[in-house]
Design a protein around this ligand. Structure first.
Ligand code: NAP
Length: 279
């Protein structure tokens, strides 16, 4: 039986540390979220993030815009928040309604307030290795892997999924840890031949229960990023946890693995943004 990486417990510890630091600050960090339209999952995520902010002692406001919002209106709101000294972090909840393209708005967001690390400037800095902000989910994943206390140097990390939000930035962070990184995507041939070689396997493809025991080896640390709702309402990851946990060395559960860490890293980045802007 593999050991469980308890993301919820690790995230709770980080959030408690952030709360203690915040209590001593002469100002309140503030995160503002922009929610366009009424995507139910996005509404849940934004309200979870706001609750975490309040618990940490931050200020937080959600700006709700109707799904028919024009490009001009959204750019105006971003520009207003960029200039507001009380706002330290701005989060544009994705996905946007189909008539709005995320890149058209992310390029207007102040890199100093880009706590999700999605602006072209901050992504470029991440690529160069000289950065303040790293994206929340990949940052949380690195912390989860490090919680196992394995030495990452020279390990073979296989990342399934190459999205801008998870797979691509995670591969950069793993490279920085001196891992040898293999990136897989929907065009990868014989994918399970690759996953079987992994010391660290990150499943971030959004396909329920895709990784079975046959796809891994006994030494593998498994990080399950996927969040999938089955027709029966059950929430599962991209990994068949029940079966794979009997074989893997370490594994994160869903829920209670990567999800809570993403929120903890968002708070960490907002605190960092507030400190940079107040220094
Ligand atoms: P995404 O933008 O849809 O990207 C999915 C990636 O998986 C793409 O690169 C795609 O390849 C690849 N892929 C799809 N099917 C595949 C297959 N059969 N074999 C190999 N690769 C395949 O998704 P995302 O935003 O990265 O999110 C992935 C999952 O993580 C989702 O379930 C999402 O809900 C979850 N998520 C969780 C958190 C959290 O905090 N826990 C945060 C973010 C995302 P192509 O590029 O070739 O299309």
């Amino acid at each position: 039986m593999g050991q469980i990486i308890n993301g919820k417990k690790i995230a709770d510890g980080i959030q408690e540390e952030i709360r203690a630091i915040t209590a001593k600050l002469p100002y309140k960090p503030r995160l503002d979220a922009i929610l366009v339209g009424n995507n139910p999952a996005s509404s849940v995520y934004v309200s979870m993030k706001q609750k975490a902010c309040i618990k940490a002692g931050f200020d937080s406001k959600i700006h709700m815009l109707p799904s028919k919002t024009t490009k001009k209106k959204l750019v105006q709101l971003i520009s207003k928040l960029n200039l507001d000294n009380k706002v330290h972090g701005i989060l544009l909840q994705l996905p946007l309604p189909s008539h709005l393209k995320a890149f058209d708005f992310l390029k207007h967001l102040s890199p100093l307030k880009d706590v999700d690390c999605l602006t072209p400037y901050n992504m470029g800095r991440l690529f160069s290795g000289y950065y303040d902000f790293a994206p929340c989910t990949p940052l949380g994943i690195i912390k989860l892997i490090k919680s196992t206390r394995i030495n990452l140097d020279g390990k073979h990390a296989v990342v399934v999924g190459r999205s801008l939000l998870v797979g691509k930035p995670l591969s950069l962070l793993l490279l920085e840890e001196n891992c040898t990184v293999t990136m897989c995507h929907s065009h990868t041939k014989n994918i399970f031949d690759l996953t079987k070689q992994a010391d660290i396997l990150v499943a971030a493809l959004g396909k329920p229960l895709y990784i079975s025991p046959h796809a891994i080896s006994k030494k593998t640390i498994i990080i399950d990023v996927g969040i999938n709702r089955l027709p029966n309402g059950l929430l599962v990851g991209d990994v068949d946890f029940k079966k794979v946990s009997k074989k893997a060395a370490w594994i994160t559960p869903v829920p209670g693995g990567v999800g809570p860490m993403t929120i903890a890293m968002l708070l960490q980045n907002t605190l960092l943004a507030a400190r940079i802007q107040n220094s």
